[in-house]
Design a binder for this molecule. Structure first.
Ligand SMILES: C[S@@+](CC[C@H](N)C(=O)[O-])C[C@H]1O[C@@H](n2cnc3c(N)ncnc32)[C@H](O)[C@@H]1O
Length: 259
C-alpha cells in the first residue's frame, strides 16, 4: 500500500475529477452483463458503480476503511461486494475475475511486480486488465511543487509516485509479459475544472490524503506558505481563464492487457 492513508482528509473532490476517466476505462473494457469485474483501489467506487450499472457482478477492492464505507453506502441495491485488500493481496480465488480495472490506483503499489502477479492470479485465463496512470506533464508539474519540497525535507522519497513508470507501455509490457498478457495503450486527456486556484489548493491538495500526509512536515519546516504561493502562481499563470476559473488538461495513459 502507498504511504498515504487514503481514508484521511477528503478524497471525494478528486474522485469527482477522475470520474470521466473511470467512464473511459469502463467503456474500453466492453463489460458484458454477468461478468465478474474487479475494481482494484476502488476509492469511492467510481469504476465499481459504473460496472455494476452495466449488469456486472462487481468486487471493489479498497485498502482504506473509510472509503470502503463510502462505497457500501452508495452501492446499496447493486450487485457489488466491497472487500479490504490491495493490488498485492486480493481476497479472491484464482481465475475468478473476467475483467480487472484500476483507475489511478494499482500505480500506488509498493511492489509493482507482486501487484501484477496478484492481478494475473485472480484473472481468468481469457481475462482483460485495464488501468490508467498519469502521463508526465501538467499533474506531475503541479503535484511536484508539493512533493519536491517533501523530498527535500525527508529521505528523498516521493510519497505520490509509483515504484515504476506506469505511464510507459514498455514498462507495462515487461510487467505483464511473464503472465501471458499483451499490452496496448492509448493517451487520453482529462479536463479538471475548479472555480479558482484557491479552491483547487484547498480541495485537491490541502484536504487531499496527500496533503494530509505531507503538510505537517512542510508546516514544521516553515515552508507551507511558500509552497502554497508557488503552487497558486503556477496554477494561475498556466491554467486560469480571465475569470480566474482553473482548467487543467491532464493527460493520462489507458493501458489494456489481454491474454
Ligand atoms: C487516486 S485514488 C483512485 C481511486 C479510484 N479508483 C477513483 O477512480 O477515484 C487511489 C486509490 O488507490 C488505493 N490504493 C493505494 N495503495 C494501493 C494498493 N497498493 N493497491 C490497491 N489500491 C491502492 C487508495 O486507497 C485509493 O483509493
Amino acid at each position: 500500500m502507498s504511504e498515504i492513508d487514503w481514508g484521511k482528509g477528503k478524497y471525494e473532490p478528486t474522485a469527482a475529477d477522475l470520474l470521466p476517466a473511470a467512464r473511459q476505462l469502463v467503456d474500453a473494457a466492453r463489460i458484458k452483463p454477468g461478468e465478474h469485474v474487479v475494481d482494484v483501489g476502488a476509492g469511492t467506487g467510481n469504476v465499481a458503480l459504473l460496472a455494476a450499472d452495466l449488469g456486472a457482478r462487481v468486487t471493489a477492492v479498497e485498502p482504506a476503511a473509510r472509503l470502503r464505507e463510502v462505497i457500501e453506502e452508495t452501492a446499496a441495491g447493486r450487485d457489488l461486494v466491497v472487500v479490504d485488500g490491495t493490488a498485492e493481496s486480493i481476497p479472491l480465488t484464482d481465475g475468478s475475475a473476467d475483467v480487472i480495472l484500476s483507475n489511478f490506483a494499482v500505480i500506488f503499489a509498493a511492489d509493482p511486480a507482486a501487484a501484477i502477479a496478484e492481478l494475473s492470479r485472480v484473472a481468468a485465463p481469457s481475462s482483460r486488465i485495464l488501468l490508467t496512470s498519469w502521463l508526465p506533464g501538467v499533474m506531475g508539474k503541479l503535484v511536484g511543487i508539493v512533493v519536491g519540497a517533501v523530498r527535500e525535507l525527508s529521505d528523498g522519497r516521493n510519497p505520490a509516485a509509483g515504484a515504476i513508470d506506469w505511464h510507459d507501455p514498455k514498462a507495462l509490457s515487461e510487467l505483464f509479459g511473464p503472465h501471458g498478457y499483451e499490452v496496448s495503450a492509448t493517451t487520453l486527456e482529462l479536463g479538471i475544472v475548479t472555480a479558482s486556484a484557491e479552491e483547487y489548493w484547498e480541495t485537491r491538495i490541502a484536504n487531499h490524503p496527500l496533503g494530509v500526509a505531507t503538510f505537517p512536515l512542510l508546516q514544521q519546516a516553515g515552508r507551507l506558505d511558500e509552497i502554497r504561493a508557488r503552487f497558486l502562481e503556477a496554477l494561475t499563470s498556466d491554467h486560469a481563464d480571465p475569470s480566474g476559473e482553473i482548467h487543467i488538461p491532464a493527460q493520462y495513459l489507458l493501458a489494456t492487457a489481454t491474454r
